[in-house]
Each structure stands twice: as C-alpha cells, then as structure tokens.
Write a protein that binds this ligand. Sequence first.
Ligand code: CUA
Length: 403
Amino acid sequence: MGFMPFKRASAPVGVDSPSDTTDRHASDTASIAPSKWRPNRAIIFGLLIAILLLVVGCSTGKQSTWEAVGPVAEKQLQLFNVLLWVMVAVFVGVEGLMLYAIIRFRKKPGVEPSRTHGNLPLEITWTIIPTILVLGLGIWSVIALFEIDQPPSEDTNVIEVNVTGHQWWFEFEYIDAGGGKRITTANELRIPVDRSIKLNLYSDDVIHSFWVPKLAGKLDMVPTHRNEMWFKADSTKIDTLPATFYGQCAELCGVSHALMRFRVKVLSEADYDSWVDNYGPPQPLTEMAEAGQNTFTINCSLCHTINGPDDPLASKSKLDSFMAGGDVTAVPAPNLTDLRTRQTIGAGLADLNSETLRAWINNPSDLKEVNHMSGRAFIYQDGDVTLSDEDVEGLIAYLLQLQ
Ligand code: CUA
C-alpha cells in the first residue's frame, strides 16, 4: 500500500464513476500526509521568486537590449516587441476563451455532458485567424531581416572591420580605417558616430559570438567561415560623445568565456580621425620606457605586436603554433600598438592603469584564471613571473607610453 500515492497519480482520469472519485479523494486526503506536498510547492514558489530576482538583476542597463542606439538594434527591438505583444494577445485570448468555456459549461458531478461534434464557422475562424497571423508576422520578419542585412546602399563611407574571436579576447582589424590606413587593435572597437560599420566575423579557434546589445543582436563567429553584420551608432540616440557600449562573447567558448568582453567606443568624426592618425608605435621614449621596450622585445614580442597592424603571415604562424600546442609557444595575442588609448585590460575585465597592468604582468591568472599568456609564455613557466620589479616597471612605462 506504500505505492498508493504514485498509483493514484498515474491512474487514467475518469476510470471511476463520479461518486467513486469523491470517495477516493476523501481516502487519499487521509492517506497522503499534507507535509509530502507542501515542500514541493515551497520549492516551486522559491524557484519562481529566484527567477524573478534573477530577471530583475539583468537590468543594469549596460548591456540592455531595451535601449537601442542604432538602426539595427532598433529594428530588432521593434521586431521583438511586435512579436511579443501579438503572442501575448493570442495567449490571453485563447486561454481566456478556454477558461470561459471551462467555467461556463461546467456540469455538476454525475451530469452527462452534451457531446459536440464539430462547428464549421468556429473551425474556419480558428484556422483563418492563426494563418493570417503566422503569415503576416512571418513575411514582415523576413522583410525586416533583409532590411538589416546590409548597410543602406546610400551609405558610401562604410568602415569595414574584420573581427576575430580568440580564446578569450577580440581582435579588430580595420581594412581601411581612413586614408587607406590599416589598423589592428583588440577588445575596444573605435567607431565614428553616424557611420555604418560593416563587420566580418571570424574565429581563430572555437565558436564565439559577437554581441553589443545596444547596437545589434548577436551573431556567431565560426572557424573557417565568415559571418557578416553591420551597425551604426545614431547621434540622435546618444547624449554625449565619446560614448561607450558594452559587448560580450555570447557563445560558451571555454573556461574563460564569461571573461571575454569588449567595448565599442563611439567617437565624434574628429576624435576618430585623430585616433587613426595617431595610431602607431609610441615615440619618443623616456629612458625607462626604452628599457621597457627592450624587455618587451625579448619577452613579449613573440606573440604581441606593438608597431602597427599585424602582419597576416606572422598571425598565421602564431595560429599554427597555437594549434600545434605545447608550452612556450607563440600564440595569437592582442595587438598592443594603441594600448595607451584603451580603457581596459584583459578583454574588458579591469580599467587600464599602471596598477592593473602591474598586477596583470605579474600574474595574469589573478584577473583571468585561465589565459594563454600565463599558459604559454616562458616568463610564467616557473609559476612566478621571471621578470625583475625593475623590468616590470619599465614594461609598464613603455606600454602606457610614459603616462
Ligand atoms: Cu568566446 Cu564565449
């Protein structure tokens, strides 16, 4: 008899006559202690509250999809809103009708319900309405997707950027940042306001996903395949320039996936041009920075470039040695040429200053537990960094360009 509660739960409904059901309910109530059910309800209630709190926690605003600042994100938000509210209306309508029918036509126990077999006008109605809704929303969605697929044809000064996902950082390569200048940078994409930016998305290792919620929806970065997207930051939606928008890898890509962030910095046309003009190796150097440059050349230049855009052949060779594996190998690493103009370190993890840079160089794993720098660079192979404090200070001076 110990199996009684389970037997009851799986017994087909309506097997017993109504009067039997009434009797059995009475005996069940007696045999199943209420305490067996209450904890389950408490757990469900607790889970609902937890989900609610989690959802509330999402609204920090930094990566909110509800605040679109460009045409692509706006169209996607509009698409979402219309689909959502149409579906809410359908849900409320259908559930409402069902509840009405359940209550309105409920019969007392023991009363034989009337049997209805088909109602042509009703069936035609509930076939036609969903068909129109599904077709209408489907066609409109496809039109909207085509609309945001490419930058508007009247935009003639589109900036094209190759974006490559790496474990666990983002590389940005401007094919022509302005005046024919090629630029490679990392983790911070600088764009001029009101200009369309076309992005070619790639990955060097595993699948990542590129996502700046306020500018555009996410798109996967797939090895050996190019995905394309574009966005524009609309000056009428931005209060002050420069403005920073937050991005995040949105595809589980390994241990440090959650620590793979980036920023899009929207600049005035003049500020952007000035950044492009000044992109290049730091100069002139102080004595301390010169020592740092020396330390850099010996210890860091195998992976990091500091004197301009990356050379495709060098990048290919780094990727090959990364793929071949093993300790102490060259690996694809962020180009540091314009590090002095950046806000963050470690792919958007901490503000960039001499303190965070010192902590990062001394032990990258403190900020990002799993990273290829401490895994593969020979200065970390003994556990502690093998550079002297003086070397590190020189490196910092060099990297921050005499800050
Ligand atoms: Cu890259 Cu997640």
